[in-house]
Design a protein around this ligand. Structure first.
Ligand code: BDR
Ligand code: CA
Length: 317
């Protein structure tokens, strides 16, 4: 079976990605590490526990990580995911934060990967602060990974958070820079524009949520807020490639779960802009050959959308 370790800032699409992984056959989820991002790291821990509860998987360990970026800032994406990160839907039965492990996320990441050398696929669907700290603590960590799957960055300088910045990279540009530089292992990127071009039709969304299961009812409840925001005019402008719903984080997860999910990718040196008046946090793709020392990443271009729909459907079964 495939071993996954997942780093999240549990907003709505992180929740969808986690549920996709939990439903996938032959996947073992070794743990979930939490980081600031869509909401506070405390909310992220709580949201992650709520998702696990909805799937009857509370035995999966949840670890709390960085509360802020490397430079001490934090953004939030409350306008999109709701202030609590999961659509501000009331949940009187939410599990207690006491269930969060005592061990911190960064040490857990290093320990779990070291216990399973060469076997773990690390999936990061959030600002990369925990991953950056982990590689500083243990520079050999990347060499022990099977692969690293990231939702983040952009390829056409289109932003969703700043004019040129995708949220996960813009929320901690230094961390994104460190990770792209120092994770010497196969890196797969689901970048913002790619996710925009790979939307799921709203009709699919209706069928998806209409499944007669507790998981579908849970998803319908936490997703309502982002559905409304997604259909607003502002969001339509932010997202190239027509209408539909984007489960950004689920693409990175699907790629980690199924090796044949990516059907076409580019392989270029990548980096992150750290200064720049408008461009801080923007991903740089070197298609020419200037960045000789930069690491190459696989940048997703096309994926098996039929498979994606099946995995998404299964997530709520
Ligand atoms: C990313 O930002 C977050 O709001 C989403 O969860 C996703 O990880 C998209 O830019
Ligand atoms: Ca996320």
């Amino acid at each position: 079976s495939k071993k996954l370790l997942v780093d999240v800032d549990c907003g709505v699409d992180d929740a969808q990605a986690i549920m996709l992984a939990l439903a996938a056959p032959n996947v073992e989820l070794l743990g979930i590490t939490c980081v600031h991002g869509n909401t506070t790291v405390e909310n992220v821990c709580k949201n992650t526990l709520r998702v696990l509860q909805a799937c009857n998987k509370l035995e999966i360990p949840v670890f709390k990580g960085a509360a802020k970026s490397i430079l001490g800032k934090s953004l939030s994406a409350g306008h999109f995911h709701g202030q609590d990160g999961l659509g501000d839907a009331p949940d009187p039965d939410a599990p207690s934060l006491d269930l969060v492990q005592k061990e911190g996320a960064v040490s857990a990441m290093i320990r779990i990967v070291t216990e399973n050398p060469g076997e773990v696929s690390l999936v990061a669907t959030a600002p990369l602060t925990n991953l950056a700290l982990a590689v500083r603590m243990d520079p050999s960590l990347p060499s022990k990974l099977r692969g690293l799957y990231i939702m983040g960055g952009n390829t056409e300088s289109r932003g969703n958070t700043t004019v040129c910045g995708e949220f996960n990279f813009a929320a901690d540009p230094e961390a994104a820079y460190i990770v792209l530089n120092d994770y010497q292992c196969p890196i797969y990127l689901a970048c913002w524009e790619f996710t925009c071009y790979s939307k799921l039709p709203w009709e699919f969304c209706d069928t998806w949520l209409a499944q007669d299961t507790d998981k579908a009812r849970f998803m319908a409840k936490i997703f309502q807020h982002s559905i409304e925001v997604s259909q607003s005019e502002r969001l339509q402008k932010e997202c190239v490639g027509g209408t539909g719903f984007i489960s950004c984080d689920s693409y990175a997860m699907a790629a980690a779960v199924d090796d044949s999910f990516i059907t076409e990718s580019d392989h270029y040196p990548v980096s992150v802009e750290l200064t720049g008046t408008h461009t801080r946090g923007m991903m740089i793709v070197d298609t020419v050959g200037f960045l000789e020392n930069a690491q190459k990443a696989f940048i997703m271009k096309k994926v098996d959308m039929e498979k994606f729909k099946q995995m998404m459907m299964a997530a709520l079964k």
